[in-house]
Design a protein. Sequence first.
Length: 260
Amino acid sequence: MPMIDADGCLLNVSVEGRQSGETVMLSNSLGATLAMWEPQMRALTQVFRVIRYDRRGHGKSGVPPGPYSMERFGRDALAILDDLNIDKVHWCGLSMGGMVGQWLGANAPERLGKIVLANTACYYPDPTNWLNRIKLVTEGGIAAIAAAVIAAWLTEDFREREPQVTANLKAMLLATPPVGYIACCEALSTLDQRELLPKISSPTLVIAGRHDTATPVASGEMIRKAISGASMTILDAAHISNVEQSHAFTDAVIGFLTQR
């Protein structure tokens, strides 16, 4: 896995799959590493070259001091593409990865083909939730929020049915550097990308989770309405729908990206 320099921050990047044809870039949720996409990799790599990466502040990437911003995250993604000499990719981002996709779709449209925005939002009217989370992590580390985050990530039914998958996701979350997590929360506390959405001209699929309390269906519907021609799929899942409904998620993404 290459380490790619984005303005002094080394980003951990993985490139797998086909060497020719189209490329899809996957972007993670807050508190996750590129490993969150494992359920999709077998199918995606048969069709595409697949780029995954750890966002700054996460995984094996650098953890520069915050605060971060959506523009910074977007420019990190562009730095990866420039380093790999890739002009254009399809984008599939979940939660925070979807927010970065919104920024790229509006500000670097020539670099994106189709866009998948999964379990995400464009706007938080009240920063209180993020400010509270910053306080909890500052005082008690990631462990102070882990139970609540996992409860939002996966439905209770799935957690009971798949305890090992749940434990793996929790371990990934707990391994996130607190400094990086807090810096990302600072970016989320001021999120308002509503004015960017009408500028997005790429074909866009919005995916929402029926049981998602973090970015509910209404958040996805707001995005769908604001992007011309966007479509929407609702899965029977909570926030991390690519894990909870992995086959349905993968089918929706591949179907959309390969549709002519």
